[in-house]
Design a protein around this ligand. Structure first.
Ligand SMILES: [Zn+2]
Length: 288
């Protein structure tokens, strides 16, 4: 099956700024347990979108990869305000790009582990701050130099079009860009406008029912597939909290396969379409 989940965290620490220990995802044994189940569901690659300043931990990830048998792709770059480390303010755009290029071509923190993607780089709710714009511009330089894809965070789906417009202005091939969390907009017309630019979009907050029901997610996704957009859509769960994990009663990573995919099949989505979202599109975007 060779599936890829395109937007996940195995370890992330947003606990200080969010003032909640739940936002430190550090339950390694539970993560490995769930990933072994993912392997049984056909997952062979996971894109780990934790980057600089939010707890990226190469050693931790290597252990999880080794124990689970799943290949985990590492990210470079910076997230969004207020989670940007100080260097995003103090360094120039070129210096920030240089660091990303080094992580992509040489290795991360003196290791030989290289970053495969730039992201998740994000914007705030309804606005792109100056620092976030700086981060996007540095990411664009690193992308143009290395060719690795860019994956983004939109806050509740807002600013997706602004992100695309900026990438366009910076001369980026939109086929190598994924705009994240767009399902949270709950707005099919808006998502379609973004798809029309040629960019890839992500349904990656599946199971986050306090924001949007999965019935609505599945309805919108099915409709987009029926309209022929399946080549530009990828899927993930974006697990970021301990309470998202099964051992604390959360949905867990496997909810995508146990619950959400069956909802799509129930709506008439074919296996071939699902394989596009989970295998062919990730392979094309990531050059696997
Ligand atoms: Zn995100």
């Amino acid at each position: 099956m060779n599936y890829t989940m395109m937007h996940e965290h195995m370890f992330i620490d947003l606990s200080v700024i969010k003032k909640s220990d739940d936002c430190r995802l550090d339950c390694k044994e539970e993560t490995i347990k769930e990933l072994k189940e993912l392997y049984k569901n056909g997952v062979r690659n996971i894109v780990e979108v934790t980057n600089i300043g939010i707890g990226r931990d190469i050693k931790y990830i290597q252990e999880v990869a080794k124990e689970s048998g799943i290949n985990i792709l590492i990210s470079t770059g910076y997230y969004k305000e207020p989670f940007l480390p100080k260097e995003v303010s103090t360094k120039t755009i070129e210096e920030l790009a240089e660091k990303m290029i080094e992580e992509i071509t040489i290795g991360i923190d003196g290791s030989e582990i290289k970053a495969s993607i730039i992201g998740e780089i994000g914007t705030s709710k309804d606005k792109m701050t100056e620092l976030e714009k700086k981060n996007f511009m540095a990411s664009a330089i690193a992308h143009l130099k290395t060719g690795v894809p860019i994956t983004t965070h939109t806050t509740l789906g807002t600013c997706g079009m602004e992100q695309v417009e900026l990438f366009n202005k910076l001369g980026i091939n939109l086929k190598k860009v994924i705009i994240g969390h767009l399902d949270l907009s709950g707005d099919e017309e808006y998502i379609e406008l973004i798809l029309k630019t040629g960019v890839n979009i992500e349904f990656d907050t599946i199971g986050k029912l306090s924001y949007l029901s999965d019935e609505i997610r599945a309805d919108i996704l099915t409709s987009l597939i029926n309209k022929g957009w399946e080549e530009q859509i990828v899927l993930s769960m974006d697990i970021t909290r301990k309470s998202h994990m099964q051992y604390l009663g959360g949905v867990g990573y496997n909810y995508l396969f146990d619950t959400f995919i069956p909802m799509l099949i129930e709506r008439g989505v074919t296996k071939k379409s699902i394989e596009k979202l989970l295998r062919d599109n990730p392979n094309r975007i990531l050059n696997i």
